[in-house]
Design a binder for this molecule. Structure first.
Ligand code: AMP
Length: 295
């Protein structure tokens, strides 16, 4: 599936994108992560992006579209992906639609994660990340007396706060969200792609709502079978029902179905083996316990 997670900074898009990776095996594509990595590596895109990011403004469409075009050309996106933080305005949404139209693979769903702004400000102010692996935590999730350290290794350095997670910049980012990104809600609703979920709940609850919304999304019914290999234990009853239905229909078209099934299975395992090595960003970080409440 090709999914967009929409929501204000701090609404939990990154955390929920992680959950979708685990459940459906789709890569998370976060333009924020890609831009931070470009800044850290001092690339041309990074140099152009830094000032806007530090000020809580949007990076130019030219830079963001360049980065996203490169990323979508990578082989691990063939089975689908979760876009997190992109598109962020109408220009980007239209450019994305044009890119996807060219390859005949349109979006399947856009999920809006709604969280009240006072909760968002608190979440962002408490957000901390590991400079080594990118895992994201929140000071508000730590039990009294417990130290907030990265759980991915004793050798991981102390957690740090993102430079744009200070109060002044958060206000600016929320303003920018209202002005530039909020219009996407109408844009995608008009296309019948939008589903809304309440993101002001424990992470697991939001994940349940998200998966429920995805399964009801227009493009989902057709694609559910594609997710069965990665759907995990939680999806078992549905996977079983699908397997039963598949077996029945295979029995009906015995002669034609089996020769086709083989190359598909091969293609699947090939795409897995060619997937990119884990990036050292939050996109690939998996703390032992999930206490992160990244956006
Ligand atoms: P995020 O991690 O998604 O909160 O993004 C951090 C910062 O990166 C934002 O405040 C923007 O400055 C920049 N950024 C991320 N994604 C985009 C985008 N799609 N368009 C423009 N700027 C972006």
């Amino acid at each position: 599936m090709r999914i967009v997670l929409l929501g204000a900074p701090g609404s939990g898009k990154g955390t929920q994108a992680q959950r979708l990776i685990e459940r459906f095996g789709l890569p998370q594509i976060s333009t924020g992560d890609l831009l931070r990595s470009a800044v850290a590596n001092g690339t041309g895109y990074g140099l152009q992006a830094k000032a806007a990011m530090d000020a809580g403004q949007l990076v130019s469409d030219e830079v963001v579209l360049g980065i996203i075009r490169d990323r979508l050309a990578e082989p691990d996106t063939l089975r689908g992906y979760v876009l997190d933080g992109f598109p962020r305005n109408l220009v980007q949404a239209r450019a994305l639609a044009a890119m996807l139209k060219q390859i005949g693979k349109p979006l399947d769903a856009v999920i809006l994660i709604e969280v009240p702004y006072d909760i968002i400000v608190k979440r962002i102010a408490g957000r901390r990340s590991c400079p080594k692996c990118g895992a994201v935590y929140n000071v508000h999730d730590v039990a009294p007396g417990e130290a907030l350290v990265c759980r991915n290794g004793a050798d991981h350095p102390p957690l740090v706060q993102r430079p744009d997670d200070n109060e002044a910049t958060v206000g600016k980012r929320l303003e920018v969200y209202e002005k530039s990104t909020r219009p996407l809600v109408e844009h995608y609703a008009a296309q019948g792609l939008l589903r809304r979920i309440d993101g002001d709940a424990p992470t697991d609850t939001v994940t349940q709502r998200l998966v429920g919304a995805l399964l009801q999304a227009p493009g989902a019914a057709k694609k559910r079978a594609g997710a069965k290999g990665n759907a995990g234990a939680k999806a078992k009853p549905k996977a079983k029902a699908r397997a039963k239905a598949n077996a029945k229909s295979k029995a009906k078209v015995k002669t034609k179905a089996s020769p086709k099934a083989k190359p598909k299975a091969k293609a699947k395992s090939k795409s897995k083996s060619t997937s990119r090595p884990a990036r050292k960003t939050r996109s690939s970080a998996r703390p032992a316990k999930r206490k992160r409440s990244r956006r």
